[in-house]
Design a protein around this ligand. Structure first.
Ligand code: FES
Length: 124
């Protein structure tokens, strides 16, 4: 089974395995990885915005709907994807969670806000 390594802005690295056909969001949710999903994974927000560091070719192709929705995200890069729309294939991927997505996750989980740590590399 392919491995997915999630890296978040707080510096937390979580390495898990996923099933081909699962979305990055489904995999994150199954392993308590802090990836936002304000619309519930139906391509109607951009809170699941991630950057794919490695293994981009192992993910499903981007649809027009995903492309349009990504336009609403902050700091969109060539390796940007929506976690709810990018489906895993057979190979490993490394996924960087955006600050915007982590913040969205905390907004969805106010009871976990006490876990918030400063951004990795920032003072204090
Ligand atoms: Fe809303 Fe992915 S969770 S677009």
């Amino acid at each position: 089974m392919p491995t997915v390594r999630f890296i978040d802005p707080e510096g937390t690295v979580t390495e898990v395995t996923g099933e081909p056909g699962q979305s990055l969001l489904e995999i994150a949710e199954a392993h308590d990885v802090k990836l936002g999903s304000a619309c519930g994974g139906v391509c109607a927000c951009s809170s699941c915005h991630v950057w794919i560091r490695e293994g981009e070719d192992s993910l499903s192709e981007m649809s027009e709907a995903e492309e349009d929705r990504l336009d609403m995200a902050f700091d969109v890069r060539p390796n940007s994807r929506l976690g709810c729309q990018a489906l895993l294939d057979e190979r490993d991927v490394v996924v960087e969670i955006t600050e915007e997505s982590l913040e969205a996750w905390y907004n969805e989980h106010p009871d976990r806000r006490h876990e918030r740590r400063p951004k990795a590399g920032s003072p204090g």
